[in-house]
Write a protein that binds this ligand. Sequence first.
Ligand SMILES: Cc1ncc(COP(=O)(O)O)c(C=O)c1O
Length: 366
Amino acid sequence: MNVPFLDLSRAHQELRPEILAAFAATYDAGRFCLGDDVTRFEQEFAASSRAASAIGVGNGTAALHLVARALDIGPGDDVIVPAFTFIASAWTASFVGARPVFCDVDPETYTLTAESIESALTPQTKAIVVVHLFGLAADMDPILALAESRGIPVIEDCAQAHLASYKGRAVGTMGVAGTFSFYPTKNLGGVGEGGAVIGSDEALMERVKLLRVHGSNVRYQHDDVGYNYRMEGLQAGALSIKLKHLARWTERRREIAGRYRDGIQLKDTRLPQPAAWDDSVYHQFTLMHPNRDRLRHYLTEHGIGTDLIYPRALHQQPCFAEVGPAEGTLPVSEKLARECLSLPVFPELTDEEIDYVIGTINSFEG
Ligand SMILES: Cc1ncc(COP(=O)(O)O)c(C=O)c1O
């Protein structure tokens, strides 16, 4: 049997008529850059994220960049970023000339903790980027208490955590702003690039909106140095359709994760567990195994697709060689990079495919 790591075509086939009809409507109306489809999606996404408002942008990286600019982060500032995440989390600092300060993550949740943040604070710390990695919310209460005591804003990078929550609160609504990606592989993915910023600080959101379109609210008057980070109408149309299915897809991801947890019994394997505050939305189901590369090879030989997310921590990336810290100083992130293996967890996986993945893993003899 062949089990792909991810097969977007299964959902896309099911939604094809509806999405193509939405495309046709947008095409015929010529609503390509921002416009009614984007406004409608922003309202729907704000409601589903339980946010005061949402601003649609070109991608998740742009969302982070806009928040960094709106917070006036710049040269001479430090921004705390987990060492184990996608590179774009660190661009929050780099794009505005600030320094990313990489912190180790918790071995259970793979997210930042208040302790690791505290050990990395400097007088220059201007913001903390908390990433709800793989769909699991970080332990926010201690982080928010620390950040508040120091007067430092928390940016929530929710690119992998649509519909995730922490003790009943939606991700992206606890910090100063939340950013999302709608890259096609995300839990809510477009048919191209997309992103959003959510928040309740009206002044900050107004600034994000201004910066999104060339720093301009009045045609050909530019009050700030801004960007072209508009969301496209065609993307918004597709995202509105997909958003209606997101809760069901999320439930299925949780069900698959539960089956993996109940079924996988491979020695020395660490499987992702629900946190005390809520279960993950399982953007990834990422296990740890000391013979990760051999296990991956074995699964490949048996037709099972897997991925290494992520094979290097951020302080190990060539582009951050000058930034540090040195190799060996962030042991959890480095161990994760060595041992992590992501299994297929997309909602359209069949029970038969899941059982095959479980059986094959359990037959691995190291
Ligand atoms: C944690 C994280 N942050 C930011 C991003 C950036 O999103 P995008 O690819 O839409 O720019 C991604 C996704 O790729 C991500 O996984």
